[in-house]
Design a protein around this ligand. Structure first.
Ligand code: CA
Length: 271
């Protein structure tokens, strides 16, 4: 496991320098960008241009390595090719979101129908760029993504709302200090909502984001799990029902890092 760097480096031929990863974040102001691209020539272009723009860059060439690297390196953003072998970029993003990782994602697409898929899936993709692209466009898009999502990219390791606190690392859930046992799905559901407080998710979005499949019917599944979370968390449950739309986590006033005028508009004042 400690040789993870060597593992990543072996997947894509990278510039020499065994100590390259000793300082994965050479410029904290810009942050580390994880590039997931299986075509070495394109990966090289991405790395060179992102480095030139002041970012730290880590390159991996497949989805499984991307999931590992996102967890181990906690990058500021991910540049994610959709056309990857085995686990494609959309599935990688889905799995990231499913485990509560909202690292900003800039998708790299090769075809228009891939764009349709991204948009249709509501995966929380922050932007996309279509091949072929100019390096200047790439750097500009990434800068835009990071500006828009700055609140999310520094997501806390602990989510809290009132008496409820959820440690995203240890998966401990506590209400007023008392530990509560949630199932994996209940945990994913409540943290998914709390990651975007105030944002209303439809049942279909939650099925896709949390359960990982696009179901046309099955909103009852979501309702049942929401009911279970509420039963376990009692008055500390942050999940609000938004009539005839879906569910949202109440905004926690003390968390007010992310400006969210549009989110506030979405749900209006609480009754
Ligand atoms: Ca590809």
């Amino acid at each position: 496991m400690r040789a993870a760097g060597a593992h990543y480096a072996a997947i894509v031929s990278t510039e020499p320098g065994p100590d390259r990863r000793a300082d994965p974040d050479p410029d904290p102001g810009r942050g580390l960008v994880l590039v997931v691209e299986d075509e070495p020539a394109i990966a090289d272009v991405l790395r060179i241009n992102l480095r030139a723009a002041g970012y730290g860059v880590e390159v991996v060439a497949d989805g499984a390595s991307a999931l590992d690297a996102a967890r181990d390196l906690r990058p500021s953003a991910i540049v994610l090719d959709i056309g990857l072998p085995v686990l494609d970029g959309i599935e990688v993003c889905r799995r990231l979101r499913g485990r509560g990782d909202w690292t900003p994602v800039l998708f790299v697409t090769a075809r228009d129908d891939e764009v349709d898929r991204i948009v249709g899936l509501e995966l929380g993709a922050d932007d996309y760029i279509t091949k072929p692209f100019s390096p200047r466009e790439l750097v500009a898009r990434l800068g835009g993504v990071l500006r828009r999502t700055r609140g999310d990219s520094q997501a806390p390791a602990v989510l809290s709302a009132g008496d409820l606190s959820i440690d995203l690392t240890s998966h401990e859930v506590r209400v007023a200090g008392r530990e509560i046992a949630l199932t994996a799905t209940e945990f994913d559901l409540v943290t998914h909502l709390m990651r975007r407080p105030g944002v209303v998710f439809t049942r279909e979005q939650l099925l896709s984001d949390v359960w990982g499949y696009a179901a046309t019917a099955g909103g009852r599944t979501v309702d049942v799990h929401v009911a279970q979370v509420r039963a376990k968390l009692g008055g500390a449950s942050p999940i609000r029902t938004v009539r005839s739309v879906g569910y949202a986590a109440a905004r926690a006033p003390h968390e007010g890092a992310a400006p969210a005028a549009d989110e506030a508009r979405e749900h209006g004042p609480r009754p």
